[in-house]
Design a protein around this ligand. Structure first.
Ligand code: RB5
Length: 151
């Protein structure tokens, strides 16, 4: 899979550990930074990864900041993006299966590296269940409609 990854200063160390982890599993990772631990603004990196996913430069995205919240809020402002913050693997599996999340986010100050790996494994090995369960597709379509209604 082609994965776009982005983060703020709080998550450089975690991102640097996760890139080789993903590559070892056969994924191609496009790194949108930041690669510096100097304070920066997470919306910038949320936008970069969101655009890469929206424009299909990547199959999905991974966003990491201190909590995972700020950077996912920013990404979710880009139409077509469904970025979901997870702190454990069950949610990571279900945001793909039920919500068709195209970006997974988590907090480097909230989860440890091993949990982050488990979150990624759960998310990347799951499939959207919209075909099996049309109700999931209907609800995701409703989110898209909301996006159109208020834009
Ligand atoms: C940066 O200090 C911190 O606010 C940021 O990483 C993130 O947690 C915001 O949601």
């Amino acid at each position: 899979m082609k994965i776009a990854i982005g983060n703020d200063h709080a998550a450089v160390e975690m991102k640097n550990a996760l890139i080789p982890y993903l590559e070892t599993k056969g994924h191609t990772v496009i790194n949108f930074g930041t690669d510096s631990e100097e304070s920066c603004d997470y919306p910038e990196y949320g936008e970069k990864v969101a655009l890469a996913v929206k424009e299909k430069q990547a199959d999905c995205g991974v966003l990491i900041c201190g909590t995972g919240v700020g950077i996912s809020l920013a990404a979710n402002k880009v139409p077509g993006i469904r970025a979901a913050v997870c702190s454990e693997p069950t949610t990571a599996r279900l945001v793909k299966a039920h919500n068709d999340a195209n970006i997974i986010a988590f907090g480097a100050r909230i989860v440890g590296l091993e949990t982050a790996k488990d979150i990624l494994d759960a998310y990347l090995s799951s499939e959207f269940e919209g075909d099996k369960n049309p109700r999931h597709k209907k609800r995701v379509d409703m989110i898209t409609e909301l996006e159109k209604k208020y834009n």
